[in-house]
Design a protein around this ligand. Structure first.
Ligand SMILES: [Zn+2]
Length: 325
């Protein structure tokens, strides 16, 4: 699953021809699914490095090893989170323990972190794991993070997550886009699953990105890419499909959540997995809102979705135990 966990050093020596970019002072640790990418922003000599997003807690040891390698002896002086989904901030607790670093989170999420409000942080609703950490700073939209010669402006990017930020370096046109824009799509639009309109936010953020002089996107998942207009076109096509058929988006989202949980557990007996869906409020809400015609109960619906994931090869079922595929 995580064969893609190799550091991708974007340096000028690797540049060749159109579509390549000179990005000194920045290392992208491209991760496999479950962990978000981690981006190391190297400061000037003596300044130390800033890490953007820290992956999922089940990969914390791997994150630490990749980070130590990327730091080349430089000190880590700050962790910044684009948003607080469990695959973006799950390494925070380990990094705070190892390095004693302050953590900056989106200002809108700051109070929820301090109180460790698992409802506000979504971990209860989604049934996801995240090791508790503390935040030392709140990052507001419009604020600038200066690291070395680069100035990263935080921009609000609601849609996938109402409190998410993206970071933009206008000088070189580098966008750290989190889950607001991937090379092929964007993250699940979570508020919609709870009946809160957010497709328009996704559209507005895509418009905002189009207006920025972006030359390279470092997404939350997948490799950095430079075909920004192509990515925007694909994202808008996907969004149009979701707006036309919100039930399909909800069904896809529920499957993503089940797959994600099995990746967290690696394997789980069928009955325990279905019991987890029953104990996880998101599924009942989504079934009530979008899928009552598909199944008579939320748990029957989740069994149906899990069978589909097995059928498509996303999960494996062996002797009543579900494994990640
Ligand atoms: Zn996310």
């Amino acid at each position: 699953m995580h064969a893609g966990d190799t550091p991708r050093n974007l340096n000028p020596d690797a540049a060749a021809g159109p579509g390549s970019f000179q990005l000194p002072g920045l290392t992208v640790l491209e991760r496999g699914w479950l962990s978000s990418n981690n981006i190391v922003l190297h400061g000037a000599p003596g300044e130390g490095a800033t890490l953007v997003d820290s992956g999922h807690c089940v990969h914390a040891a791997q994150t630490l090893a990749l980070l130590r390698h990327a730091l080349h002896g430089q000190a880590l002086v700050r962790v910044v989170n684009t948003h607080l989904h469990s695959d973006h901030c799950g390494g925070n607790a380990t990094l705070q323990r190892e390095f004693g670093v302050p953590v900056s989170v989106p200002a809108a999420s700051f109070a929820a972190v301090q109180a460790w409000d698992e409802d506000a942080l979504s971990y209860r609703n989604t049934g996801q794991r995240c090791d508790r950490f503390t935040a030392q700073a709140a990052l507001n939209p419009g604020e600038v993070l200066q690291v070395g010669a680069r100035r990263w402006q935080a921009l609000a990017a609601p849609g996938h997550d109402p409190e998410s930020l993206v970071l933009f370096d206008a000088q070189d046109g580098v966008l750290i886009s989190a889950d607001a824009l991937w090379e092929n799509g964007f993250g699940v639009v979570f508020p919609e699953l709870e009946g809160i309109a957010a497709f328009a936010d996704v559209a507005a953020v895509l418009d905002m990105i189009e207006r920025l002089p972006v030359r390279v996107v470092i997404p939350g998942h997948g490799a950095p890419f430079s075909d920004v207009s192509g990515a925007l076109r694909r994202a808008r096509t996907r969004l149009a499909g979701q707006r036309a058929d919100p039930a399909r988006h909800a069904r896809h989202a529920a499957k993503v959540m089940i797959k994600y949980h099995v990746m967290e557990e690696r394997s789980q007996p069928w009955q325990a997995l279905i019991a987890w869906t029953v104990a996880t409020p998101l599924f009942d809400g989504v079934w009530q809102r979008f899928a009552q015609r598909d199944a008579s109960t939320a748990s029957a619906w989740c069994e149906q979705l899990t069978h589909e994931l097995v059928g498509s090869g996303a999960l494996r079922l062996l002797d009543d135990v579900v494994h990640d595929a």
